[in-house]
Design a protein around this ligand. Structure first.
Ligand SMILES: [Zn+2]
Length: 200
């Protein structure tokens, strides 16, 4: 077999491989981008979640901020919530959110879809979860008794369990409740009108 024709025939196609590979990636990235609204109910996990996280964060930032939100505690209706946003807390602080009371252990559910940016603890909030939501708003869930098995970069849907109602942080000794805060670019906003709209 001295005939080398097969080699000369295959050469041109191998020369195009890097270009085709690049084209493949561009098409794949475009497909992910375009199909996003449709694949959303099936949250990516593991490596797919990590690879697509920057794209998803960009999409969230460009999306409209919600005009209505569900109550983020299972079984609690809007009418049970008092509008204590802005109420004095000590001499220097104001209440930058709402307190939603429920039995210890009641599931806390993400009010929006979004991306978890932090699962941790702090002095005032105790066990907390932060979620980046549509419009680039940051949703703060505090005083949790337990936190769900989530970490920064994980995607959640509206209704995904983030943890359970508790009294951690400076809520220790008070009736268990979720402190729920929403932060826009200018700072804290009152979630109450959004929950009211969500209850209609
Ligand atoms: Zn509070």
């Amino acid at each position: 077999m001295t005939d080398s024709t097969p080699e000369t025939v295959t050469l041109p196609s191998t020369a195009h491989r890097p270009v085709l590979k690049l084209l493949g990636w561009v098409v794949a990235a475009g497909a992910i981008w375009l199909s996003w609204p449709f694949v959303q109910p099936h949250l990516p996990t593991g490596i797919m979640a990590k690879v697509t996280a920057p794209f998803y964060a960009a999409r969230l930032s460009m999306a409209d901020a919600p005009v209505a939100l569900p109550v983020p505690v299972a079984g609690v209706s809007f009418r049970q919530i008092a509008n204590t946003y802005g109420a004095p807390r000590g001499s220097t602080r104001k209440h930058e959110g709402l307190d939603i009371f429920a039995k210890r252990g009641t599931p806390v559910l993400s009010a929006t879809e979004g991306m978890v940016t932090r699962v941790g603890t702090n002095r005032l909030g105790g066990n907390v979860v932060w979620v980046l939501g549509p419009g680039g708003q940051r949703h703060y869930y505090a005083h949790l008794d337990t936190q769900a098995d989530l970490s920064a970069g994980d995607r959640v849907a509206a209704g995904t369990e983030l943890g359970t109602v508790g009294d951690t942080g400076n809520a220790r000794g008070t009736p268990p409740h979720l402190h729920y805060g929403v932060y826009a670019t200018g700072g804290a906003i009152n979630p109450y009108p959004l929950l009211k709209e969500g209850a209609k």
